[in-house]
Design a binder for this molecule. Structure first.
Ligand code: ATP
Ligand code: MG
Length: 427
């Protein structure tokens, strides 16, 4: 007998094929190597061996394509994730990545289902934008100008009137501002699309191209926003636990024994809700030596966020009411004049997974903030407040941060099929 483990990509489990050597020659079986593709006909029978309940006793074999074991980079033994990152065009064929990709699919589907079931509309925001004041991160410029021979204006600057769109344009860092236009028309909307940030942050939590989900809801105050964020993320994790049990079990076994407990920890606990000011006080009084200093007004680093979640509260935390200086211009100012109605959802191992806020709906206050910061080209956005303004809120979830959390992988580059990061743009 010769045994072959057949996998069609639909499951982490393989189907055992049994070749009876009295019916098949060595010559016939030789091209059936790791990575080759075959067509088998035979009898599906209860398995006599251990480790599987059924197997196929092969009658007929056709080899579509053999993978030369001398040259095929994937072997039966396990490979390091770093090695696999260098052959990202082949890594979906490994059991690690097929598991991650199936979980990724399930989560994407869960997200659409969650919002659709709640009556939210899927709203498509543009990828190319001329608005440079979203402020969420450095942007990739989009141009068809000849960089070796740039048209110049009289004062020596690049003449963007000659560029494709007649002005300077970039890839979007967030669909939120346009999402707000959708919410003031359709009520509740969500976006789910690619987002680009040219930040040179070589961290295990940042990509240059990632997918973001941004719901935006008319008539929602910050409390409603927090309720939705908590319900949403628990729904997604529960969906994966229910639909990807085999894959999560496999990933837990190979990478992260605590993964199932960590997922349960999130779905079974109420998230702690805490103002930034109190969070900073806890950090200052913790006596813990942090790499980055903590004081009121600082933009918290991942180590601070994780301390609150993992060591202090031992629960996911929603931190609210951040100093206005470290948050975006559109967030609603609190009565203290110093803090804004921001809400960041902090998770174990990841730190920030969601960033959101109640938006400033007052035309006068928003215009004042826009002037203070010297932002231009915002007339279209200010129109949402100028005409029939409405209290509203929303948040952004980085899709890959969610996939990272649910799969227990360590590096965000390992949860997207073709990662883009500084100095890397293969395939
Ligand atoms: P961070 O402080 O981690 O850089 P941020 O404050 O820049 O995050 P937001 O602008 O609030 O993030 O974006 C919303 C969400 O998008 C974040 O909560 C995070 O989940 C995700 N996100 C942001 N930047 C990236 C990135 N470069 N790669 C992957 N996901 C990201
Ligand atoms: Mg950032």
């Amino acid at each position: 007998m010769q045994f072959v483990a057949l996998n069609d990509g639909s499951s982490i489990k393989t189907l055992q094929i049994v070749f009876d050597l009295s019916k098949f020659t060595d010559e016939q079986l030789k091209p059936v190597t790791t990575g080759s593709s075959i067509h088998v006909q035979g009898e599906l029978v209860a398995s006599q061996g251990k480790g599987q309940s059924i197997e196929i006793q092969a009658r007929k074999l056709e080899v579509y394509g053999t993978a030369d074991p001398e040259k095929f980079p994937l072997q039966k033994k396990g490979h390091s994730l770093e090695f696999l990152r260098d052959i990202a065009h082949l890594r979906p064929r490994t059991n690690y990545f097929s598991s991650v990709l199936r979980v990724r699919h399930a989560l994407a589907f869960a997200i659409h289902k969650f919002f659709n079931d709640k009556g939210f509309y899927y709203f498509h925001t543009p990828l190319i934008t001329a608005s440079d004041c979203e402020g969420a991160g450095a942007m990739f410029q989009v141009t068809t100008l000849n960089l070796d021979d740039l048209p110049k204006t009289e004062d020596g600057k690049v003449d963007y009137s000659e560029d494709f769109f007649g002005k300077m344009t970039s890839l979007t860092v967030s669909g939120q501002l346009e999402g707000e236009l959708g919410a003031t028309a359709l009520g509740n909307i969500y976006t789910f699309g690619p987002t680009f940030r040219a930040e040179n942050s070589n961290t295990p939590r940042h990509l240059s191209e990632f997918w973001m989900i941004e719901p935006e809801m008319a008539f929602y105050e910050i409390e409603d926003n927090m309720d939705l964020a908590e319900e949403f993320i628990k729904y997604c994790i529960n969906y994966a636990l229910e639909h990807c049990a085999d894959d999560i079990e496999f990933l837990a076994e190979h990478f992260d024994k605590e993964l199932p407990a960590r997922l349960r920890f999130v779905v079974d606990n109420d998230f702690v809700r805490l103002p930034y000011t109190e969070g900073v006080k806890i950090l200052e009084e913790s006596g813990k030596k942090f790499e980055f200093p903590v004081y009121w007004g600082v933009d918290l680093a991942s180590e601070h966020e994780r301390y609150l979640v993992e060591e202090h509260f031992k629960k996911p935390v929603i931190l609210t009411d951040y100093p206005k200086e470290i948050k975006a211009f559109y967030m609603k100012l609190n009565d203290d004049g110093k803090t804004v109605r921001a809400m960041d959802v902090l998770f174990p191992k990841i730190g920030e997974i969601i960033g959101g806020s109640q938006r400033e709906e007052s035309y006068e206050k928003l215009q004042k903030r826009v002037d203070e910061l010297g932002l231009t080209g915002m007339e279209w956005y200010l129109d949402t407040r100028r005409f029939g303004t409405v209290p509203h809120s929303g948040f952004g979830l980085g899709f890959e941060r969610l996939v990272l959390f649910v799969t227990g992988m360590q590096n965000i580059r390992d949860v997207i099929p073709f990662p883009r990061y500084p100095k890397n743009c293969e395939y």
